[in-house]
Design a protein around this ligand. Structure first.
Ligand SMILES: *Cc1c(COP(=O)(O)O)cnc(C)c1O
Length: 395
C-alpha cells in the first residue's frame, strides 16, 4: 500500500542511524539469570532491584487474589473498578511513605501523566519549573497539560533560583524533578530544592521511580533519604521497579490526592489495575515494611560491584545508586562491549548511547540487584577486566 510507504522509509532511516531497537525475548521469569533466545545469561539490566518480581510471597499473593477476586477489575476506578484491594494498597503505600494519602495509577508513566497534567492546567496562571534531564513521562505530563514550562539545568541550583525568580509572580509554580537520574544514578539535590521552593512559594513534585525500594530506611525513597517528609508535596512512585509488579502512584496531602481522584485523566479514563497485580504489590510493600534485609543486600552488592570496577580503573561517573554507568565514552566501543559481553561472556547489559545521553558519553549501564550473588558480580568484574584489556580500553 503506497500510503504506508512512509513507514518503511522511517524504519529504514532508524536502521541506517543505528537507532532501531532489537527487542530481546525472555523465556524465563525475571531474575539474576534469565533465558534469552534459548541462552542462559546473567541479567545486569533490569530494574528488579530487590528481586521481588518472582519472589514466592509475591507470586502466592497474586494467585490468591485471582481465586478471590478474579483477573480483571472490570471498570475505571470512578465507576465500578475500585475494589477493597485498591484501597488497601493506597493506604499501605501512604503509610510506607509516611504521607497522608496515596492514589494508584496503572503505571508510573500514567501517574506522571495524570498528576502533572492536573496540578497545573492550560490557561491557568501557572508554570512548570522542570529539570533538564527529567524522564519522558514527566515531559509528556507537561505536554498533556499544555501549561507553560521553564527548564533549569541539570542539578544546577543557581539556575533553578534564576528560573524561579523569572516566574515568581505566577500564582501556581510546580518544581518537578526525577529523584534519581536513570542514566547516571546521580541524585536531585532535594534539600536545596525544598529550600528554594519554600522561598518562592512553589510546589515540589519528585519522581521517585528509582529511589523506591533503594534509598532511605527500608527503601522508603529519596524524600526519606534526605529526611524531607512533608517538605516535598508530591512523591510519585512506580510499583514496577523495586516493588517488582506493575502500577504507579502519587503520595501526598489528603486533599491534594482527593483532587487527583476527581481530575487525573488516566484514573478517570483507563481501567483500574488488576486484582492479582494489586495483591502482589501489597505483598511487596509488606515485605519492605517488615524488613530492610533486601535493601541492605542490594547496597552490599552495589558497593561490591562498583568497588571492583573502580579498582580496575573504570570511571563510574557520579553515581550514588545501584545504577552503575561504566563510562566508555565512544559510541562504537560501547556497542561493541555490549555485544561481546553477551556473545562471549553471557552477560546481558545494555549500551546507552546518543541520543539517550550526550555524544562522547556512551556507557554500559549495569544494574545489580539483591538477588545477585557475589559470585555473579565477581564474574561481571572479571569479564570487564578481560574485555577491557582485549579491546585496549584498559591499559
Ligand atoms: C520507569 C520510570 C517511570 C515509569 O514507570 P512505569 O511504572 O514503568 O510506567 C517514570 N519515571 C521514571 C524516572 C522512570 O524511571
Amino acid at each position: 500500500m503506497a500510503k504506508l510507504d512512509w513507514i518503511t522509509e522511517e524504519l529504514n532511516e532508524l536502521k541506517e542511524k543505528g537507532l532501531y531497537v532489537k527487542i530481546r525475548v525472555l523465556q524465563s521469569a525475571q531474575g539474576p539469570w534469565v533465558v534469552v533466545d534459548g541462552k542462559k545469561v546473567l541479567n545486569m539490566c533490569s530494574n528488579n532491584y530487590l528481586g521481588l518480581a518472582a519472589h514466592p510471597k509475591i507470586k502466592e499473593a497474586a494467585i490468591r487474589a485471582i481465586l478471590d477476586y478474579g483477573v480483571g477489575a472490570g471498570a475505571v476506578r470512578t465507576i465500578a473498578g475500585t475494589m477493597e484491594l485498591h484501597v488497601e494498597l493506597e493506604e499501605k503505600l501512604a503509610k510506607f511513605k509516611k504521607r497522608e494519602a496515596a492514589i494508584l495509577f496503572q503505571s508510573g508513566y500514567n501517574a506522571n501523566l495524570g498528576a502533572i497534567s492536573t496540578l497545573i492546567k492550560k490557561g491557568e496562571d501557572g508554570v512548570f519549573v522542570s529539570e533538564e534531564l527529567n524522564h519522558a513521562s514527566i515531559i509528556d505530563g507537561m505536554r498533556l497539560s499544555g501549561a507553560p514550562k521553564v527548564i533549569y539545568k541539570h542539578l544546577d541550583m543557581e539556575d533553578l533560583k534564576k528560573k524561579l525568580e523569572e516566574v515568581k509572580d505566577k500564582k501556581k509554580k510546580l518544581i518537578v524533578t526525577d529523584g534519581v537520574f536513570s542514566m547516571d544514578g546521580d541524585l536531585a539535590p532535594l534539600p536545596e530544592i525544598a529550600e528554594l521552593a519554600e522561598q518562592y512559594d512553589a510546589m515540589v513534585y519528585v519522581d521517585d521511580a528509582h529511589g523506591e525500594g533503594v534509598l532511605g530506611e527500608h527503601g522508603r525513597g529519596i524524600v526519606d533519604h534526605f529526611k524531607l517528609h512533608n517538605r516535598v508535596d508530591f512523591e510519585m512512585g512506580t510499583l514496577s521497579k523495586a516493588f517488582g509488579v506493575i502500577g504507579g502512584y502519587v503520595a501526598g496531602p489528603e486533599e491534594a490526592i482527593d483532587y487527583l481522584r476527581q481530575r487525573g485523566r488516566p484514573f478517570l479514563f483507563s481501567s483500574a489495575l488488576n486484582p492479582p497485580d494489586v495483591a502482589a504489590a501489597i505483598a511487596s510493600v509488606e515485605i519492605l515494611q517488615k524488613s530492610d534485609e533486601l535493601v541492605k543486600k542490594l547496597w552490599d552488592n552495589t558497593h561490591f560491584l562498583q568497588k571492583g570496577l573502580r579498582d580496575l580503573g573504570y570511571d563510574l561517573g557520579n553515581t550514588k545508586h545501584p545504577i552503575t554507568p561504566v563510562m566508555l565514552y565512544d559510541e562504537k566501543l560501547a556497542q561493541e562491549f555490549s555485544r561481546r559481553l553477551y556473545d562471549e561472556y553471557n552477560i546481558f547489559a545494555q549500551a546507552i548511547v546518543y541520543p539517550t545521553v550526550p555524544l562522547g558519553t556512551a556507557r554500559i549501564r549495569l544494574e545489580p540487584s539483591a538477588a545477585h550473588t557475589k559470585e555473579d558480580l565477581q564474574y561481571v568484574i572479571d569479564a570487564f577486566e578481560d574485555l577491557g584489556k582485549k579491546t585496549g580500553f584498559l591499559k
